[in-house]
Design a protein. Structure first.
Length: 141
């Protein structure tokens, strides 16, 4: 905000940079923003580490992830950070990088999981029956 006052006063970029102990290039960026958006444009957008999603939005994201990648148009059952970032963007119009998605999920207790090879056609009921009753014996032959 001090820079905005100095811009309004007519101070040069070099003077502002020297007094605020920043580079002239940074002051040039601030001045450009100040010209385009005024003093409000120079206000901090907040910590980049703070989540862009509210608690309700994160709960909705979890529900979307529970639906699975197939429900979102991918042809396999793998969630990747890029895919989750795309779902966030489609659903909430919020942009995250894959690294940002990783941080977001880690803060909420999600962990990276190594995918297990498992057929979509797998019959869990049949597997449970075989485990309880024993695997079928093949006839010699």
């Amino acid at each position: 905000m001090d820079a905005a006052e100095r811009f309004a006063r007519g101070d040069t970029n070099a003077q502002v940079a020297r007094d605020l102990r920043v580079t002239v290039r940074q002051v040039e960026r601030w001045r450009h923003t100040w010209r385009e958006a005024g003093t409000q444009g120079l206000r901090s957008a907040g910590s980049p580490a703070r989540s862009k999603l509210t608690e309700d939005q994160f709960a909705a994201l979890e529900a979307e992830l529970d639906r699975g990648p197939l429900a979102h148009g991918w042809d396999d059952q793998r969630w990747t950070l890029e895919r989750i970032a795309e779902v966030i963007h489609r659903t909430f119009a919020v942009t995250y990088t894959p690294k940002g998605v990783n941080v977001l999920l880690a803060r909420r207790g999600w962990t990276w999981q190594s995918p297990t090879r498992r057929a979509i056609e797998r019959d869990d009921q049949a597997v449970a029956t075989w485990v309880q009753e024993g695997w079928p014996q093949e006839k010699p032959g």
